[in-house]
Design a protein around this ligand. Structure first.
Ligand code: G3I
Length: 383
């Protein structure tokens, strides 16, 4: 925020004012900036969340709500992170265990914890081919389509105003070399199911950023990456309400951090969407793991529209891939080398985010006014 103020003092308007006024303004701005810096970041440079905030980004983690009673876990969570994602608690099987009967107990617990501790929430995930409740298995075609859109509407409405960004659709692309959609029960309801879901989510919560989220879309040269890119480009050209793309970024020896990762983030951002690193974990240890974590962090900071980074768990023992020790804290809650690499990269800084928030509403489809501009000359007297 202090950087925005500093840039503003160099504007054309400021330059045209008398020198004494400029000096006073700059001094005033410096006081305001210093006040804001102190007020917002007592821990600037020393925790992941505060250091990310200094760069206009967030730093988040997946949270398993049943671990909120673990004092070591909660201590790290509250100290280091300013964004949370429910690891499982907002998925379809958790929120709608019986058709049209919703259970928000655990999701609400996470939202309450976030709100009480100044964190924001990424919603994960409205529609996915996995972790569906059993009752969807007996549905197909228009019946499944109706149930699916009702789910999106109900859950996004329940959490309206409380979610920073929703993973509206998760993992809808095939893992092969065809760049095609995954053949899921959702896909079988019609090729337009993804855009229908985004429209339903926008109607239910106009304030949330709406993301498409996937894995193995990090390497720019991979067919799956290209498939998702083509879908997002098509959505943007047709006014489908998509705001962001989530890159899960689960890295291991079979799917390592790719050297063109920054290119991927930049190319998606150039389509006019934000990009977010949504489920980061990197298997390994020591300096090689730390180097990859530092690279991912610098890549996000280099892309103005990269909003932030979320790691998929806190301690290695909390991970879905615990044996790969892929996270920033060891099983005892100690900071790893990878933690220091991320913190240092955050503190090095990067490209500031855009100063104006991009519009979240769909642009108007009506033609612009066609009236001719006035023909008289503008007044020539100085203001
Ligand atoms: O809650 C039940 C519990 O009652 C039961 O006793 C136990 C027995 O296995 O299972 C528990 O559910 C497990 C659940 O995690 C909560 O721990 C499920 O079996 C297990 O399948 C589930 O795994 C989750 C996985 O998604 C499901 O596919 C992982 O925790 C979660 O980290 C993982 O997250 C996904 C993202 O949503 C999407 N991207 C990939 C990522 C990693 O797979």
């Amino acid at each position: 925020m202090d950087k925005v103020l500093a840039r503003g003092s160099g504007s054309a308007a400021a330059r045209s004012r008398p020198r004494t006024a400029v000096v006073a303004m700059v001094a005033g701005a410096a006081v305001v900036a210093a006040t804001i810096a102190v007020a917002t970041s007592a821990s600037a440079g020393t925790t992941l969340g505060a250091s990310a905030a200094e760069q206009g980004r967030y730093f988040g983690t997946a949270v398993a709500v049943n671990k909120l009673s673990d004092s070591t876990y909660v201590g790290i969570l509250n100290r280091e992170f300013n964004m949370v994602t429910a690891e499982n608690e907002m998925k379809w099987d958790a929120t709608e265990p019986s058709r049209n009967q919703f259970n928000y107990t655990n999701g609400d617990r996470l939202v309450a914890h976030a709100q009480a501790n100044g964190m924001r929430v990424r919603g994960h995930a409205l529609l996915w081919h996995q972790q569906q409740p059993g009752w969807t298995g007996s549905l197909s075609g228009s019946a499944l389509r109706e149930a699916m859109l009702n789910h999106v509407t109900q859950v996004a409405t329940h959490y309206r105003g409380k979610i920073y960004s929703w993973d509206v659709v998760n993992e809808a692309f095939d893992d092969g070399n065809n760049g095609a959609r995954r053949n899921s029960n959702l896909q079988q309801t019609g090729g337009d199911w993804i855009e229908a879901a985004f429209r339903a989510a926008r109607a239910a919560d106009p304030g949330a950023k709406l993301c498409y989220n996937d894995y193995n879309t990090d390497n720019w040269s991979w067919a799956k990456t290209q498939g998702v890119y083509n879908m997002v480009r098509d959505f943007k050209s047709r006014g489908v309400p998509i705001d962001c793309v989530g890159f899960q970024s689960h890295f291991n020896s079979g799917s390592p951090y790719p050297s063109n990762y920054r290119t991927t983030l930049q190319n998606f951002a150039a389509l006019g969407v934000d990009v977010q690193i949504t489920e980061l974990d990197i298997e390994g240890s020591g300096s090689s793991q730390a180097t990859s974590y530092g690279n991912v962090t610098r890549d996000c900071l280099a892309v103005a529209r990269c909003n932030g980074i979320t790691v998929w768990g806190i301690r290695d023992t909390d991970s879905w891939r615990a044996s790969g020790t892929p996270l920033l804290f060891d099983g005892s809650g100690n900071k790893k080398q990878a933690y220091t690499a991320v913190l240092n990269a955050l503190n090095e800084g990067g490209t500031p985010p855009p100063t104006t928030a991009p519009p979240t509403s769909t642009p108007p489809t009506s033609a612009p006014p066609t009236s001719t501009p006035p023909t008289s000359e503008p007044p020539t007297t100085p203001p």
